[in-house]
Design a protein around this ligand. Structure first.
Ligand code: ZN
Length: 320
């Protein structure tokens, strides 16, 4: 797909410089570089610079006193200077909203030592306003710091492990095992039959929300097989030819979405209520009405997610 890397979180072309990660002295030099900047992430929410239409990472200088409570820096790469990320979850704001655990938490947190325009906010609400490079930097920071936060202990022997390789590895001091950041593969598929596309909705989704079917790839399974298995499990539809379209890192918390298309071999839907609540076929003309916000039942896909990206390109006949 020619437009594959125009998806949100795609096409950032971040110069990650993995060769610099293992050099402890070089890492110290990079951090001390006057052009170095660090992105703080508080409980999964990155610090943003939000002013009117402007939306960018809230970069902090090395030595900023806000960073005194932060964890060790993760080296993200070179992007106009060295770029790092730290976990600032230790910081306690004066009050906590009760929306923190919601699917989408609209609250924003302000640190008293930072300007009014610097706020911790949900990446879901800002991702479509970021440049591709900023989006990749933030997605990488959020994903790798989220991994550290949930993988403190060695999966082999249970001892507490330590961050190494500038944040891209954890080492176990007891059994000497090395652990690497996880990315979980997910297939998400545009299944078509003639002029129609297959949509489904999960139990508990907001009213009117439908999306492409999706599911985790299982160990030992290829992408094409996962597409066919998930579609059959969820909708009872058999899929023939499968091809790859586009991928999207999805750091909520650690997925890599493989956008695929597949041709349905039949059109009789039989949903598994354990998996999805409803599935349906929608014609291209109906999908245009969905995007226009004119469909009586189905609301337009969320901005930024690969499902909407694939559907809008299918409607516009730009999947080639
Ligand atoms: Zn161990």
């Amino acid at each position: 797909m020619k437009l594959a890397e125009t998806v949100t979180f795609g096409g950032g072309a971040l110069a990650r410089h993995a060769e610099l990660r293992g050099n402890v002295r070089k890492q110290a030099e990079l951090l001390a570089d006057p052009a170095a900047r660090t992105l703080a992430i508080w409980r999964g929410k990155p610090l943003f610079e939000l002013a009117n239409e402007r939306c960018a990472p809230g970069w902090l200088m090395t030595g900023d006193r806000v960073l005194a409570q932060a964890g060790p820096p993760v080296f993200l790469g070179l992007a106009g200077g060295p770029r790092f990320a730290v976990d600032l979850s230790m910081w306690e704001p004066d009050s906590l909203p009760d929306t923190l655990t919601d699917f989408f938490d609209p609250s924003e947190q302000r640190h008293p030592d930072l300007p009014e325009t610097a706020r911790f906010a949900e990446l879901r609400g800002t991702m479509t306003r970021l440049s591709p490079l900023d989006a990749e930097l933030i997605a990488s920071a959020k994903a790798v710091l989220g991994w550290h936060a949930t993988h403190r202990f060695c999966a082999r022997c249970g001892s507490e492990s330590t961050m190494s390789m500038a944040g891209w590895q954890r080492d176990c001091p007891a059994c000497k095992a090395h652990h690497f950041p996880r990315t979980d593969p997910v297939v998400i598929m545009l299944i078509t039959r003639g002029n129609s596309v297959l949509l489904g909705r999960s139990p508990g989704w907001p009213e009117g929300m439908f999306s492409l079917l999706a599911g985790f790839v299982e160990p030992g399974e290829g992408i094409e097989a996962a597409v066919r298995r998930e579609v059959f499990e969820e909708s009872g539809i058999r899929v023939g030819a499968v091809s790859y379209l586009s991928s999207q890192p999805w750091p909520f918390p650690a997925s890599l979405m493989f956008g695929c298309r597949g041709e349905a071999l039949d059109d009789t839907i039989s949903v598994d209520p354990e998996e999805i609540e409803e599935a349906l076929w929608l014609s291209r003309e109906e999908m245009i009405r969905v995007f226009a916000g004119e469909h009586p039942r189905i609301r337009a896909p969320r901005q930024g997610a690969i499902a909407g990206f694939l559907l809008s390109n299918w409607v516009a006949d730009r999947l080639d």
